[in-house]
Design a protein around this ligand. Structure first.
Ligand SMILES: [Zn+2]
Length: 369
């Protein structure tokens, strides 16, 4: 089955390349709108998909290496589209990106791409940030299909991280006030948090609203470099300076402060400094990748079994993964190759009945939230 999937993936890439070739040719011979119309008529595509396909096709036709790799079935369509879009936004090194696209999953590749665009830009990514800021958008409407009110918006990463932090803190508040036997789903909780933030602003900004930004210190040149958000999204140094101007700064020279990183059995909950260091190291929930704002520190060796509140004994997990660890006995282990912490379900006691698939499905469901 795995081999078949692999074959299907390669075939999809080849078909994608073929489709892009035809659409680009139609657009070249006639016009962009003629190519879009053809896609709508012949492929029964929606207006939006047709536009997207033709746009990607035109961009790809200018990228020989990427089109070649796609046509050979070596990189997935989604990866090729990302490269094509990045090329339209600024300078890229196609060879480097195609190589990365060959073996990286989509999420990892998208990260590689963002980092790459930042590195290739000649203004420390300021123009990328400005464009993202410029492209901010929001829509509010009632769905004809369901009658539900839909709120949808896009922000630049810095504004986004601020909003996400405020949302996560409100969600934590709601979680704390919930009856543990009748919990909302994470999606319901986020919706309620959003509604409360908008409708009841007098309830005020929750305490502890802190946005985590990280930078490295270049000892030789004595300057901060490589500014980024907690999840590694790169940001221009100027943005960091702007943020620092109205922020409480927690100097995070973590290694120098080992004393404070090991609290032993003195207290059960992690200190602010430990939490910051954990966000720096783990970046997100080690189990499902949920945003660090929605995570807390978990003792690898349980507190009740004598585990200390030491940095080396703590990992960042979300509520759901915490539940998996304590109630479903998922294991927390350190990957010897990457050095990163991971969670794993217990080995399946009935490997032949297919029970493992439901577990991995459940794990994926978290990603959607
Ligand atoms: Zn999680």
């Amino acid at each position: 089955m795995r081999d078949r999937l692999n074959e299907i993936g390669r075939a999809e890439s080849k078909l994608g390349a073929f489709k892009a070739e035809v659409l680009a040719e139609l657009s070249r011979r006639d016009s962009k709108s003629a190519a879009e119309r053809a896609a709508r008529e012949q492929l029964q595509s929606s207006r939006r998909d047709a536009q997207r396909d033709v746009e990607a096709a035109e961009r790809l036709s200018a990228l020989e290496e990427t089109s070649q790799a796609l046509g050979d079935g070596q990189i997935p369509v989604g990866h090729a589209r990302l490269i094509a879009r990045a090329a339209s936004e600024g300078p890229i090194d196609q060879t480097f990106l195609v190589e990365a696209a060959r073996h990286q999953g989509f999420d990892q590749f998208a990260k590689t791409m963002r980092r790459h665009q930042q590195e290739m830009s000649d203004d420390d990514g300021q123009s990328i940030h400005d464009r993202q800021h410029n492209n901010r958008t929001a829509r509010a409407f009632t769905s004809r299909e369901t009658g539900m009110f839909i709120l949808s918006s896009e922000f630049d990463p810095v504004t986004g991280a601020k909003i996400d932090t405020a949302l996560a803190i409100k969600e934590r508040e709601l979680w704390n006030a919930e009856d543990p036997n009748a919990r909302r789903t994470p999606q319901q909780r986020m919706a309620d948090a959003l509604a409360e933030l908008i409708l009841e602003p007098e309830k005020g900004k929750a305490h502890g609203t802190a946005l985590m930004v990280v930078a490295d210190y270049d000892v030789i040149n004595q300057e901060l470099i490589n500014a980024r958000l907690a999840d590694s999204t790169p940001i221009p140094m100027d943005e960091l300076v702007r943020l620092a101007c109205d922020a409480d700064l927690l100097p995070g020279v973590f290694r120098a402060a080992t004393q404070e990183m090991n609290l032993g059995r003195k207290r059960r909950t992690a200190s602010d400094r430990q939490r910051a260091a954990l966000i720096y190291r783990d970046k997100q929930c080690i189990g499902c990748g949920a945003s660090a704002h929605r995570c807390f520190a978990h003792h690898v060796q349980f507190w009740r079994n004598g585990g200390p509140t030491d940095f080396a004994n703590l990992v960042l997990v979300c509520n759901k993964c915490h539940h998996n660890i304590h109630d479903e006995h998922w294991q927390v282990t350190r990957n010897s190759q990457t050095g990163r912490w991971e969670t794993k379900p217990q080995p399946d006691p009935f490997p032949d009945c297919g029970a493992s698939s439901s577990r991995s499905y459940e794990r994926n469901a978290i990603l959607i939230s």
